[in-house]
Design a protein around this ligand. Structure first.
Ligand code: GDP
Ligand code: IMO
Ligand code: MG
Length: 422
């Protein structure tokens, strides 16, 4: 049995959490493969709204195993908060949540380094979530990191103190105030105790055993393809490979064992944090999308920038991911605007481009739009694809034709039930 992958095709927050939850009954294992608590994946069902950061979005469905893979970075403080929130909802994860021993740990000092680095960049800051992601992946690739499996090693304290010391030296270079460190470390070690209660596994072996036994696996991406460390709008990206290949390195799945690649996109675009965004709207339409779409970050609460759908960027994301099926989210939000536009190319330094240029300076890039027919119907009560207005169906067909990949699901609201299969 091959493993399917579900990932975001834009700048994150496409609705991955919702769709993973919807698809989970088809799978035996849901596995996160990269990112960490910079992610915020929202699920809504039975009147409950829940945001997950580190834990895979299959956790609410019984009979499904959830794996935090080796490519993920874990902050025990955040994980503990997530687990306590599940306890409040009486979700039993004791046997259904498994953690790779090879996943790296985010230390309190990693978060401080993230904040210090951002502050030092001034106006050029990345707009990081300040969850310590960049510094932790830097220590991973620099071969200084501490992994989950190290927690039970006899020399753990020594290793922790050595890394802490190294970080404190760096922080003093930034003249960063570390007075909160002791308090944060208390929380961190309390989180470590909770993490140690979970089953710590060799997740690559586990995943392969499950695949060989015929269990269906779904790899859940975090962030989005345009935030990928290699292919995103560098340097305004996250520090991991968010694309399909990340599922191979982040779980130990071989490339020829990938089955379907579900690519999720919003019917428009959003971005939180700094960086280029060619179709960003600064007018009334942008405000309407932000309000109707409730576009505030699920992790940081920051307002998300909004704009029209960007087809060259979407096609690029499909290309590097090998997307086999598209899933379109938040179609209901476009009901609030009186026009629907799609960027089909860019005008850049006197040339027309149908791809994202190497360096994008917002002032130089002008999107070329096509206008499509809008719809104003309230879609949120619709439960069958055929109920959708003809103009929306034309929008779906237009995108399918331009991208050359079928759209198999259209989402019309945050709830599980607001999911229309085509
Ligand atoms: P993720 O990071 O990709 O899982 O997405 P987020 O959870 O950060 O952001 C998606 C937001 O949109 C959440 O608040 C969801 O509840 C909400 N959402 C998901 N699908 C839809 C939809 O089809 N329509 C509307 N209006 N909201 C949606
Ligand atoms: P989900 O999984 C949206 C953005 C940050 C910032 C950049 C780098 O919920 O889609 P980082 O903290 O990773 O160093 O920040 O990436 N970012 C996200 N934007 N959704 C996310 O995750 C994001 N995770 C990181 O805003 O611009
Ligand atoms: Mg999110």
């Amino acid at each position: 049995m091959k493993a399917d992958v579900l990932l975001g095709l834009q700048w994150g927050d496409e609705g991955k959490g919702k769709i993973v939850d919807v698809l989970t009954p088809n799978y035996g294992v849901i596995a996160r493969f990269q990112g960490g608590p910079n992610a915020g994946h929202t699920l809504e069902f039975n009147g409950i709204k829940h945001v997950l950061h580190t834990i895979p979005s299959g956790i609410f469905r019984e009979d499904t195993l959830n794996v935090i893979g080796n490519g993920v970075v874990i902050d025990p403080r955040v994980l503990k908060r997530e687990l306590l929130a599940l306890d409040d909802l009486n979700v039993d994860y004791s046997k259904s949540l498994l953690v790779s021993k090879k996943a790296h740990l985010i230390l309190p000092t990693h978060c401080m380094l993230d904040a210090a680095s951002e502050a030092s960049k001034g106006k050029k800051k990345i707009g990081s979530t300040l969850r310590g992601i960049g510094p932790t992946y830097m220590d991973k690739t620099g071969r200084n990191g501490i992994r989950v499996g190290d927690l039970v090693m006899p020399n753990f304290d020594e290793r922790y103190n050595a890394l802490r010391e190294k970080h404190l030296n760096m922080l003093s270079g930034y003249a960063f105030d570390v007075s909160e460190l002791e308090e944060q470390e208390k929380l961190w070690f309390a989180g470590v105790d909770k993490l140690k209660e979970l089953e710590l596994i060799d997740s690559e072996h586990f995943i392969h055993e499950k695949m060989n036994a015929g269990s269906a696996i779904l790899a859940e991406g975090a962030q989005g393809s345009l935030l990928d460390i290699d292919f995103g709008s560098y340097p305004f990206v996250t520090s991991s490979n968010t694309i399909c290949a990340g599922a191979c390195t982040g779980l130990g799945i071989a490339p020829n064992q990938i089955g379907e690649v579900f690519g999720i996109f919003k019917a428009y675009c959003t971005r939180v944090g700094s960086g280029p965004f060619p179709t960003e709207l600064f007018d009334k339409d942008g405000e309407i999308l932000a309000k109707a779409g409730n576009e505030f970050g699920a992790t940081t609460g920051r307002p998300r920038r909004c704009g029209w759908l960007d087809l060259p960027a979407l096609k690029y994301a499909c290309m590097i991911n090998g997307v086999t099926k598209l899933i379109m989210m938040k179609a209901d939000v476009l009901s609030y605007v009186d026009k629907v536009r799609v960027c089909v190319a860019y005008e850049y330094k006197g040339k027309t481009l149908d791809y994202l240029p190497y360096e994008i300076l917002d002032d130089d890039i002008k999107p070329i739009y096509e206008n499509l027919s809008p719809w104003t119907d309230d879609l949120t009560g619709m439960r069958e694809y055929n109920e959708l207005p003809e103009t929306l169906k034309s929008y779906v067909e237009y995108i399918e034709e331009k991208v050359g990949i079928p759209i198999t699901i259209v989402s019309v609201g945050p709830d599980r039930t607001q999911t229309l299969r085509k």
